[in-house]
Design a binder for this molecule. Structure first.
Ligand code: SME
Length: 158
């Protein structure tokens, strides 16, 4: 796999469709978790230029900050806390069009306006969450949910 990502313009779905085989190729054949999480984040940030994109990894009773791109962020989140902790608890993707309207939202950065959190589920357990923040309201929809869930399914957790 060449390290250069091909970035395209087009609809959101077209951008994901271009990105998905590239992300698959990046993580295929690599077993190191941090390397794979870092490249997934890098590819998403490069294509979409979101405000913040990163992983939180389940470690004991908390989510702990993993590879990300964007401003510095909170390092530990408890189950049920904020959008990330709620996604972990519910084992479900959460789309938040306006973070200020989400009870308990954790404001790591005041510029973040909308958010999507996708759980990574292996053997019925949430092992990590992918968190994407936008500095615009209402940036995420079911298209993001579908494609981001596909993308996190490629990552080998062991
Ligand atoms: N806003 C998140 C916390 C993580 S940061 O946005 C990077 C939440 O409410 O869980």
């Amino acid at each position: 796999m060449a390290e250069d990502l091909s970035i395209i313009s087009g609809t959101k779905a077209e951008q994901y469709q271009s990105l998905i085989p590239q992300i698959k190729a990046l993580v295929e054949g690599e077993t190191d978790l941090i390397a794979n999480l870092a490249n997934v984040v890098g590819a998403l940030k490069e294509q979409f230029d979101w405000f913040w994109v990163g992983f939180y990894i389940v470690k004991q009773a908390e989510l702990v900050l993993g590879p990300f791109q964007g401003p510095v962020a909170c390092t530990r989140i408890k189950k049920g806390r904020g959008v990330c902790g709620a996604s972990w608890e519910q084992a479900a993707t959460l789309i938040v069009p306006n973070v200020e309207a989400f009870p308990g939202h954790i404001a790591c950065n005041s510029l973040s306006k909308s958010e999507i959190v996708v759980p990574v589920i292996r053997n019925g357990e949430v092992v990590a969450v992918l968190d994407v923040d936008s500095d615009q309201l209402d940036s995420f929809d079911d298209t993001d949910k579908t494609f981001l869930e596909t993308i996190v399914s490629f990552i080998l957790f062991q």
